[in-house]
Design a binder for this molecule. Structure first.
Ligand code: RP5
Length: 160
C-alpha cells in the first residue's frame, strides 16, 4: 500500500462534499492521500494526536477545511511545521466569510496558506499540495504543465 503524502482533514462530515474536490485533484495526479473528520473544537485532543502521528507516518502536507469559527487549519498549523493549506467552508449563515477570516487571519509566526471559500478553494488546495510535492517529484511538474495546457486548450476551443 502506498504511504499517504497528503492528509485532508475536515471539521464535520457535512464538509465532505466540498472537500472531495481536493481529493479528486489528488486522485487525478496520482498522489496518495487520506481523509479524516477531526474538529478543532469537538475533538481537540484527538486532532492533536492525529497530527503528531501523521508526521511520523510520512504525511508531507495537510489540507484542512472547516466552516463557522473554522479553527481547524490554525490548530493543525499550531502543532506541526509541515505546510498547512486551509479551506474556508460555506456552511454557516455567513456563507463562509466567517470561516475565511478565521482561517486567513493567523497571527505572525503560524502560517496557513488560505484558499478561496468552498469547492474552488478545495480544488485549489489539492493543486497547491501537488505543487508543493512537485518540488521533489519531476513527474508531478510534468503533470501540472499538462493540466495547465489542457485548461488552455479547453478555453481556446470554445465556440460561441
Ligand atoms: C464546523 O462546523 C465544521 O467544519 C462544519 O463546517 C460546521 C458545521 O458542522 P456540523 O454541525 O454540520 O457538524 O466545525
Amino acid at each position: 500500500m502506498t504511504t499517504p503524502k497528503v492528509a485532508i482533514l475536515m471539521g464535520s462530515k457535512s464538509d465532505a462534499e466540498v472537500m472531495k474536490a481536493a481529493s479528486k485533484i489528488l486522485d487525478d495526479f496520482g498522489v496518495a492521500h487520506e481523509m479524516r473528520v477531526l474538529s478543532a473544537h469537538r475533538t481537540p485532543a484527538d486532532t492533536q494526536a492525529y497530527i503528531a502521528a501523521a508526521e511520523d507516518r510520512g504525511i508531507e502536507v495537510f489540507i484542512a477545511g472547516a466552516g463557522f469559527a473554522a479553527h481547524l487549519a490554525g490548530a493543525v498549523a499550531a502543532h506541526s511545521v509541515l505546510p498547512v493549506i486551509g479551506v474556508p467552508i460555506d456552511s454557516s449563515p455567513l456563507a463562509g466569510v466567517d470561516a475565511l477570516y478565521s482561517t486567513v487571519q493567523m497571527p505572525g509566526g503560524i502560517p496557513v496558506a488560505t484558499m478561496t471559500i468552498g469547492k474552488s478553494g478545495a480544488k485549489n488546495a489539492g493543486l497547491f499540495a501537488v505543487q508543493i510535492l512537485s518540488r521533489k517529484d519531476p513527474k508531478l511538474v510534468s503533470k501540472l504543465k499538462d493540466y495547465r495546457k489542457q485548461m488552455r486548450d479547453d478555453i481556446l476551443a470554445i465556440e460561441l
